[in-house]
Design a protein around this ligand. Structure first.
Ligand code: ZN
Length: 360
């Protein structure tokens, strides 16, 4: 389930807006309207939109740096605390991560310098200490804040990535992530604590920082596993498949006779033709006669992976297609296993329960 709406596509990158970001804009608009009428509300919303334009440019900074290392960015999502550029894969070398992480804040440094040329030192100092309605000066101050906030050495801020990249040159990737994520969670508690005394926006930020830090730690654990295991170690090897001409009734029999929910469907030549999920089977039984063929109701758009596919890649494919199961093929394109989210979770549980053996 995704809580973000696609806005537009540029240079192959889909820009998305998280629902909570729209709620924030609405909340601000109502608040400012109540304070100072529609002129004030419009002015403030214009400022917020320009602020988020700076954030989008910041994310494009990351995306362009990543592209330089051959890493694509499928989408950029705007959240109330800023943007998130989702890279297709994590950079392998700490040096690449360092450059990609710094490229975002660098964009805000450039914007700030350009605005500084317009506003000057006096305008900046006046805005920073007293505030005021001068739009360029406001944007200058906020870009400086963006640079400082993003360079906090904690996940999920860019500074956390910089810290991890520096730590990863001496420590293991997982250990480096753990340290940066713990600092991130610590920052979240501090933001939350300060937020309790007056600034609800900080509570919001604290929540996102905490979730981001936890997610980053989980991703690093997955990456750690993906380095030590191929897809074949996490796939289900004992499963039932259905021939293409099996009836829905036969599929029901297989569903009830096994603990399996989703069944790969095989054509006459032995290749995977599609997948019949429990959800689709039940939906089909409502509409159709149980004697129709499974080939008529199965999903055909399910991607497959091979036993040689990197685990990280397979996991990404599974997440992107939102499939309950991904068939695993061998070198001869024969079906040899199934990759399911439950199995991946089990592998992670087993893996994290055996830290000593992993180190050995
Ligand atoms: Zn960034």
């Amino acid at each position: 389930m995704s809580w973000s709406l696609p806005i537009f596509r540029i240079a192959g990158i889909q820009l998305r807006i998280h629902i909570t970001f729209l709620l924030l804009i609405g909340w601000l608009a109502v608040g400012y309207y109540a304070q100072g009428g529609s002129a004030m509300a419009l002015g403030r919303i214009l400022f917020v939109l320009l602020l988020f334009l700076c954030v989008v440019l910041h994310e494009f900074g990351h995306a362009i740096a990543a592209k330089n290392f051959g890493i694509n960015t499928p989408d950029i999502t705007l959240l109330p605390i800023g943007g998130v550029a989702r890279l297709e894969r994590m950079p392998d070398e700490p040096r690449q991560e360092l450059i990609i992480a710094l490229a975002g804040p660098l964009v805000n440094v450039v914007i700030a310098l350009a605005l500084f040329a317009v506003v000057g030192w006096r305008g900046f100092a006046a805005q920073a200490t007293m505030g005021g309605p001068d739009l360029p000066a406001q944007l200058l101050v906020i870009n400086v804040v963006l640079v400082l906030f993003n360079l906090l050495p904690a996940f999920p801020m860019d500074g956390g990535r910089v810290l991890r990249a520096l730590l990863a040159t001496r420590l293991s990737y997982a250990r480096a992530t753990q340290i940066a994520a713990s600092i991130g969670q610590g920052c979240a508690f501090i933001f939350g604590f300060i937020g309790l005394f007056g600034n609800p926006l900080l509570l919001f930020i604290a929540l996102f920082v905490y979730m981001g830090a936890s997610q980053e730690a989980a991703l690093a654990q997955l990456k750690d596993i993906s380095r030590s295991f191929p897809v074949s170690s996490a796939m289900v090897r004992e499963f039932r498949s259905l021939p293409q001409d099996a009836t829905l009734q036969e599929a029901v029999d297989a569903l009830l006779a096994t603990s399996q929910h989703d069944f790969p469907v095989i054509d006459e030549s032995g290749n995977v033709a599609g997948v019949l999920t429990r959800h689709d089977l039940i939906a089909a039984l409502r509409k159709h006669d149980p004697q129709i063929r499974v080939a008529e109701v199965m999903r055909r758009d399910i991607p497959t992976v091979t036993t040689g596919t990197r685990f990280e890649e397979a996991f990404r494919i599974m997440q992107e297609c939102n499939c309950p199961v991904v068939p695993v093929l061998d070198g001869m394109k024969r079906l040899v296993g199934l990759l399911t989210p439950e199995n991946v979770t089990e592998l992670m549980m087993v893996h994290s329960a055996m830290p000593k053996r992993r180190a050995a």
